[in-house]
Each structure stands twice: as structure tokens, then as C-alpha cells.
Design a binder for this molecule. Sequence first.
Ligand code: NAP
Length: 245
Amino acid sequence: MNVSRKIALVTGASRGIGRAIAGQLAKDGFDIWLNYHSNHSAAQQTQKEIEACGVNCTLLPFDVADEQAVQKALSVFLEKGQVPYVLVNNAGLRKDNLLVFMQTAEWNRVINTVLGGFHNVTKTVLAAMVRAKQGRIVNIASAAAHAPVPGQTNYSAAKAGLVGATRSLALEVAKRKITVNAVSPGFIETEMLDGLPKEKILPLIPLGRLGTPQEIADMVSFLCSDKASYITGQVFHVNGGVVMN
Ligand code: NAP
């Protein structure tokens, strides 16, 4: 039997936080469009776990920073009338360096992936979501947008920009019953933290531990549920108390 389920497009979902978000949205009953960049084996493993929930999972490898690649990958489905109900802009990376030493390529890669990725993916699906007059967009920001640390001018600028874009877009599409919110994680245990000194990080966290990807996924799940229908333009901090505002 062909069951028609709502679709959730999650970027950067082969590993880490995106993988947990895609897995939770699958448990919530969404078919998943799973974007990632190049780690095919991780993506295939995540796909298996998602399909075990009884929903469909379509792998969409593309670089979110490459506008043409994004449009090429998604237009195939959009032209068939398939429209995501949920878009989670999660793909991201760090290229830390003090600004005085930062290569232009390091600056551009982070800005183009986090902020450019938001632009490229959202713009590609937005017209169809607007026509559908429903939907949820969740942008994964960072505590670095609100409480920056040295060595992350590129990352903090991109994530703060994403928060601004979240609020502006929320105003643009509210009349079309599309909500747009951001989730700002603190220190979450994923490969992105590899190489950072845990012994220096832990004392900064009031709850005394790193967060789990599932704790971010639970907030995203709530924002994509019927329970969050009156919430838009907001930023939700999931960070063990590291930033309070
Ligand atoms: P992660 O474990 O390093 O996973 C990154 C994911 O993004 C992977 O699926 C990767 O795909 C994908 N990706 C990277 N660049 C991409 C690109 N150009 N196009 C498409 N996909 C791309 O990172 P994470 O910790 O889960 O982080 C997820 C998001 O949360 C990021 O936006 C990050 O900034 C944010 N965040 C994380 C933390 C934290 O403490 N972990 C804190 C605050 C915010 P491949 O597997 O193919 O490489």
C-alpha cells in the first residue's frame, strides 16, 4: 500500500546532530530526505536505521554550499510535486583560526556552508512550501552566535547571521502558515568536538556534561510537531546552561 507521509529534509544528516534529528523525525512519522556531503558509508548506515522505523529515506549527497548542486538534486523531486513539510538546515563545519592567521578559504568555507547552505537549500524549496501554505523550517545555530570565543570569527559570524535570517524569514512566511525557528546547541558530543580539550570545556557547563545529539533532536521534533504551531521567529537554547539569555 502507498502511504502518503509528510516529508522532512534534513541537511548534514549522515552523522552527529543531523543524524539524530533525521532519526527522531522518522520516529515521528516523516519520510526523510537525507542530505550529506561525502561520507557515503555513514549515510547508508543512517538510512538503514531510519528505514527500520517503517518510513522512506532518500539519500541526497550534495554540497549545500554549491547552489547549482542543491538545485539539481532537489528539482527532480519538486518537479514531481513532492514538497517537504519540514526543512532542517543543520549542515555545518568549523575551520577555527585566529583572524590574523585565518586563510580566506577558511573564512569562505564556513560562511558558504552555514549561511550559503541556508540560502541555497531554503530558497530552492521555499516557493513550493509557500504554495503548499504549510511547513516548518528549523535552523541549527550555535551558542557561538550568542557567546563567541576567540578563533571562531568565521563560525560566529555565520551562526549569528543564521539567527538574523531566521527572524527575517519568519516574518516573510508567517502568513503562509510556515514557522521558522532556530535551535542553538551548546557543546554536543559529536565528531565536531574532536580535538577540543574536554577538560577545559566541562567546567564551563553548569549541568556538568556535554549534551547528546538526541537532546537537540528532541527540541527539533517539538518544533516540527502540532504542539509548536504558534511558535515562530524564536531561538531555543539547548546548552546545559552555558549561555543564558
Ligand atoms: P558533525 O558530526 O561534524 O556532522 C556534520 C554533518 O554535516 C555531516 O553529516 C556532514 O556530512 C555534513 N556536512 C558538512 N558539510 C556539508 C556540506 N557542505 N554539505 C552537506 N553536508 C555537509 O557535526 P555536528 O556536531 O553534528 O553539527 C551539526 C550542526 O550543529 C552544525 O551546523 C554545527 O555547526 C551545529 N552545532 C554543533 C555543536 C556541537 O557541539 N557538536 C554545537 C553547536 C552547533 P558528511 O558526513 O558527508 O561529511
